[in-house]
Design a protein around this ligand. Structure first.
Ligand SMILES: [Zn+2]
Length: 506
């Protein structure tokens, strides 16, 4: 083994730190996704050699004021094909009007679907995690917006709790909202969104009047409707709600001016409770075709994703998810709930696909399985005993058949190469990684933080940055690990001896 001088070790370490200090900031001019430097190349060569293909490029310049192309797009374009994730293939978020700067709860109040999830905060770094399933419930936008109080001031706020049921003590979300903004957004969505119109959500004259009254330009909507229809539904929790209003403590008007950090506010104040989904039956995430678009108006603005026939080539849902989360427009990646929604939907899609294949195979070992066998108790029991009934779960990360497969792979490796001699585990320390915080600052705040500023960030500010973009945090951890493996562990320096092979349960 060559003995290396301390200086060269220093050099390896410096190289590693310099390569992980740059994040996914390179924007592909074709698919508008964020990439690492090693995944992109300048677009000018392609522009020179194949002028025809340039109509698929968006002229987007990013790092060093250069137009970049990711390798995936580059390979497709070189062969004269449209990349599946290209913007021209319908992979673009609808444009957000300037006034549409709603917070999370304001978005929920104007959404025709509520995707309830149980989300917890991890103790370190405040990353969010989910337990259980996503429940997709239709919500009554019309009556929710009708219940909002008309404030004399456009910028006035009220404290609102979103609940699954009004009688529940716990709320799904509790934030300050601006009723005027919510009304304005709801009116705009109803006027422009085909999904809202298909759902039969109608504009209420009262909203328009109150918008006009406050001197703001009302959205241009010609459609009017009878005020009564949506509000008189049997599910409308109007009665309970008015009871709440009756308990308004004295000095209500003060509460309209509460600061956004109302958690610290010990004053008695009025809290509006909403349960727009109460009494409605949950719908399947699949059968309810546009559930995702309707649950997240802040991302999709009530617009459907293009149908298969409106795209230049077909794309899988998994490709759409990846593209939306890596998009240079970070609106989907910073919406943690949407990430969980996507993950759950993908997982279910995978399972349904696998179970359909399993049904079609109808084989057990090398003999055909008959319907008669399945009908008997013993037949079923033998399927379960031999794990055949669960085999289709193999592709689902974390399931027992999945680990069974990983174990087999590992044992095969041990048989070939002998037992492993070193075990490593790596974990992320986001709050201590200034280089990661700097990347997040660029992506979220569009700001270049200096070293001093990063060192002086409070714990809450660090958590805010980390929590805001879990996609970039996860990508960067993966990137750091791979760079460490390639440029340090497997390098000529051989810091822990020569590595013959390695196994990574992924
Ligand atoms: Zn690309």
């Amino acid at each position: 083994m060559t003995s290396w001088k301390p200086e060269s070790k220093e050099m390896f370490s410096m190289n590693f730190h310099s390569s992980v200090s740059t994040g996914p900031l390179y924007v592909c001019s074709c698919c508008d996704q964020l990439w690492y430097k090693h995944s992109v190349s300048p677009a000018d060569r392609l522009r020179l050699t194949n002028r025809d293909i340039c109509r698929y490029l968006q002229n987007k310049k990013s790092v060093d004021n250069i137009e970049w192309l990711c390798h995936t797009c580059n390979n497709h374009l070189k062969r004269g094909k449209v990349p599946p994730c290209a913007i021209v293939n319908g992979m673009k978020f609808p444009q957000k009007p300037d006034f549409f700067d709603l917070n999370e709860l304001e978005c929920r109040l104007v959404a025709p679907r509520l995707a309830f999830q149980k989300i917890f905060q991890a103790p370190r770094g405040g990353q969010l995690k989910i337990t259980g399933n996503v429940v997709n419930v239709p919500a009554d936008v019309n009556s929710t917006v009708n219940m909002l109080p008309r404030l004399s001031d456009d910028t006035g706020t009220i404290k609102v709790q979103l609940k699954r049921r009004l009688q529940y003590k716990s709320s799904a979300l509790s934030l300050n909202i601006r009723p005027h903004k919510v009304m304005q957004a709801a009116a705009w969505l109803i006027g422009t969104s085909p999904l809202y119109q298909d759902e039969g959500i109608t504009i209420n004259e009262n909203w328009l009047r109150s918008l006009q009254y406050s001197g703001n330009k009302a959205p241009n909507i010609t459609e009017t409707s009878n005020d009564e229809d949506e509000q008189t539904t049997s599910n409308s929790p109007e009665d309970e709600w008015t009871e709440d209003v009756a308990e308004i403590p004295a000095g209500v008007t003060d509460s309209m001016l509460t600061p956004p950090d109302f958690v610290n506010d010990s004053e008695r104040q009025e809290i509006y409770n909403f349960a727009p989904g109460e009494g409605n039956r949950p719908l399947s995430v699949f059968r309810d075709q546009y559930s995702e678009e309707m649950a997240y108006p802040g991302i999709f603005l009530g617009q459907k994703r293009p149908d298969e026939k409106n795209r230049l080539r077909s794309v899988y849902y998994s490709e759409i998810c990846k593209s939306e989360l890596r998009r240079s427009d970070r609106r989907a990646a910073i919406c943690v709930e949407n990430i969980f929604f996507k993950a759950k939907k993908l997982q279910m899609k995978l399972l349904i696909g696998q179970s359909q294949i399993a049904l079609r195979k109808n084989k057990m070992g090398n003999r055909t399985l008959t319907a008669g066998e399945l009908k008997t108790q013993e037949g079923l029991q033998s399927l379960i005993d031999h794990d055949d009934g669960f085999r289709f779960l193999k592709t689902l990360r974390g399931s027992p058949p999945y680990f069974e497969k990983a174990k087999k792979d590992l044992f095969a490796m041990i048989r070939q190469l002998g037992p492993a001699s070193l075990f490593c585990s790596f974990s992320s320390a986001e709050t201590k990684w200034n280089h990661l915080l700097r990347i997040l600052g660029k992506l979220i705040d569009q700001r270049n933080y200096s070293d001093d500023e990063l060192n002086n960030l409070t714990w809450e500010e660090k958590c805010r940055l980390i929590q805001s973009d879990p996609v970039t945090c996860a990508r960067h951890f993966d990137f750091q690990f791979n760079t460490f493996l390639k440029d340090v562990l497997m390098s000529e320096l051989v810091p822990i001896g020569k590595i013959k092979d390695w196994f990574l349960p992924s």
